[in-house]
Design a protein around this ligand. Structure first.
Ligand SMILES: Nc1nc2c(ncn2[C@@H]2O[C@H](COP(=O)(O)OP(=O)(O)OP(=O)(O)O)[C@@H](O)[C@H]2O)c(=O)[nH]1
Ligand SMILES: [Mg+2]
Length: 263
């Protein structure tokens, strides 16, 4: 086989955006490596190439730290889907999506789809505390079971609780409800000038996940892969060039690495 034909070229691009510490890298690890492992705060960005049927999908993990903010719109350029990620135990992380990250998506495709993802739901919801990966290591499963806690009543929407999220022990107060996320989704549609009735519904585009246990992680990525397929097909029909991973752009971003896998 000629070398060139072995090289995979992404047909479509998905981008994870959100504040530092919400778990973007952990979500990508969970999906691609079936593991929850230690992370270090991402520098710049990195991508993973996923084969989905006959298509290659690049999933970009970006840095949430303020110092890398300027790179966000570059990573979003040509994106077919953006995963706006927050931490369900941190109200501010939801606010940051609208205040800091939404404008970065102006460079995404005009028909880009937006998912709102509340991660770390294992900390607040018993249903998310069971490890979901069938191939997850047994020590991982034990850890999840040890940390199972009694359910907490969610706070009234949309006011976050005044007390700190983290209580002593392992129980954490949920600060963002699915309704808060759905309301943000509707505001995003408005920002994009899209009619709610002609767009994908909030119930379909808002997810709660746990990178730690795997809860809903496959559902999230695979639902998005299915949703971006029409965009790939249309582009192929229009005989447009597929977006490629621009390694020059990556180098321009400082110390960040581009590789198959996540940082
Ligand atoms: N309990 C719990 N902790 C999580 C989960 N996902 C991530 N974490 C923890 O949250 C911290 C931050 O996770 P990262 O994946 O590095 O967060 P990030 O969004 O990539 O952060 P930046 O790279 O700085 O933007 C780490 O200590 C993770 O172990 C989760 O689903 N549940
Ligand atoms: Mg990261």
């Amino acid at each position: 086989m000629p070398e060139a034909s072995k090289m995979k070229k992404p047909d479509v691009k998905l981008v994870l955006l959100g504040d530092m510490n919400v778990g973007k890298t952990s979500l990508l690890h969970r999906y691609t490596e079936r593991k929850f492992k230690d992370t270090i705060s991402t520098v710049g960005g990195a991508f993973f190439l996923k084969q989905w049927g006959p298509y290659n999908i690049s999933i970009w993990d970006t840095a949430g730290r303020e110092q890398f903010h300027g790179l966000g719109s570059m990573y979003c350029r040509g994106a077919a889907a953006v995963i706006l990620t927050y931490d369900v135990t941190n109200w501010q992380s939801l606010c940051e999506l609208e205040e800091r990250f939404l404008s970065l998506t102006d460079t995404a495709n005009h028909d880009c789809i937006y998912a709102i993802v509340g991660n770390k739901v294992d900390l607040t919801d018993p249903k998310a505390q069971l490890c979901q990966d069938s191939d997850v290591a047994s020590e991982d499963r034990t850890e999840c079971e040890e940390e199972r806690t009694e359910p907490q009543v969610p706070p009234a929407c949309p006011t976050p609780p005044a007390s700190p999220a983290s209580l002593s022990g392992v129980t954490v107060q949920k600060q963002v409800t699915p309704e808060d996320a759905a309301a943000l989704y509707v505001r995003i549609l408005r920002y994009k000038g899209l009619e709610e009735k002609n767009s994908l519904p909030a119930e379909k585009m808002c997810f709660e996940t746990s990178a730690k246990t795997g809860y809903n992680v496959d559902n999230l990525f695979e639902a998005l892969f299915d949703l971006v397929l029409p965009s790939i097909l249309r582009k192929r029909n229009e005989n447009q060039e597929s977006p490629t991973v621009d390694l020059e752009e990556c180098r321009g971003g400082g110390n960040k690495k581009a590789k198959s896998g996540c940082c």
